[in-house]
Design a binder for this molecule. Structure first.
Ligand SMILES: [Mg+2]
Length: 265
């Protein structure tokens, strides 16, 4: 081997995944991984070709595909993931096809106090800032706001929420989320692993909350950070485009592996 093949990060990750024990669980964050980042979540669309390729991958023998996102299930609906894909929203707190446990009286009261703080912060950050409401959390988005006003507003919200008990804060890029029912991608990924009981798991993420998911994986699993920035992940892909190439590559590799297993057309 001349080494060229393994200089390509897409090949390195594809072969690491193909080498894992079956069944495989392949879990993807959505924004920044399957879809390029946009200023406003509503404008986000999957990278060209990713929808059909993921669908094909999810129908490969001994492969389960899941999406694990901080978005609510409502916020994930716009991507129209096929039924063969497991869709987990709100860091795993919501699962497509399953109902969530209703908020307790305490959680409801806490969520409404956190909501008031978020609304005040968005007002302070000014034009471009907005508040996103999910079943168990509320999110302040300041990516499109004035940078200084936005960061001051998030700081204000952070300290205002410090007086409340029972919630968790998630920090993202220009985003602050208050969880009235604590959840994170580490727990979300462990929930998927418990359900599927895979031989090997791969997780792909691009942002701070994804580090919790990378951290729960074992040495025989594959963790892939997408983009720049510090990470505990063992592998790296540069862009969502590279993720699209990887999914395509995996369809070929894993299908070839399973061609003697598949008996039906
Ligand atoms: Mg992301």
């Amino acid at each position: 081997m001349n080494g060229t093949e393994h200089d390509d990060p897409v090949d390195v990750v594809a072969h690491a995944i193909a080498a894992m024990e079956r069944p495989l669980l392949l879990v993807f964050d959505c924004d920044g991984v399957l879809a390029p980042l946009t200023d406003h979540a509503d404008d986000s669309v999957l990278t060209d070709g990713v929808g059909p390729a993921l669908d094909r991958l999810s129908k490969t023998a001994d492969v389960r595909v899941a999406v694990l996102s901080g978005r609510s299930l409502d916020g994930l609906a716009q991507f129209d993931f096929s039924d063969s894909i497991i869709v987990a929203g709100s860091y795993g707190g919501e699962r497509r096809g399953r109902s969530i446990q209703a908020l307790t009286t305490e959680e409801r009261a806490l969520l409404s106090e956190l909501d008031a703080i978020a609304v005040e912060a968005a007002k302070q950050a000014g034009p471009g800032a907005w508040v996103e409401r999910k079943p168990t959390s509320v999110v302040i988005h300041v990516r499109e706001a004035d940078a200084e006003l936005g960061s001051d507003a998030l700081e204000m919200a952070r300290s205002a929420s410090a007086s409340l008990d029972g919630h968790e804060c998630h920090e993202g890029s220009n985003v602050l989320e208050f969880m009235a029912r604590p959840a994170d991608k580490g727990r979300g990924l462990l929930g998927l692993i418990a359900d599927i009981d895979p031989g090997g798991t791969a997780y792909f993420g691009d942002d701070v909350p994804d580090e919790d998911a990378f951290a729960v994986l074992g040495t025989s699993d594959v963790s892939v950070k997408v983009g720049d920035g510090a990470s505990v992940a063992g592998q790296r892909l540069p862009t969502p485009d590279a993720v699209a190439q990887l999914i395509d590559r995996l369809c070929g590799l894993l299908d070839a592996d399973s061609e003697f297993v598949l008996s039906e057309e």
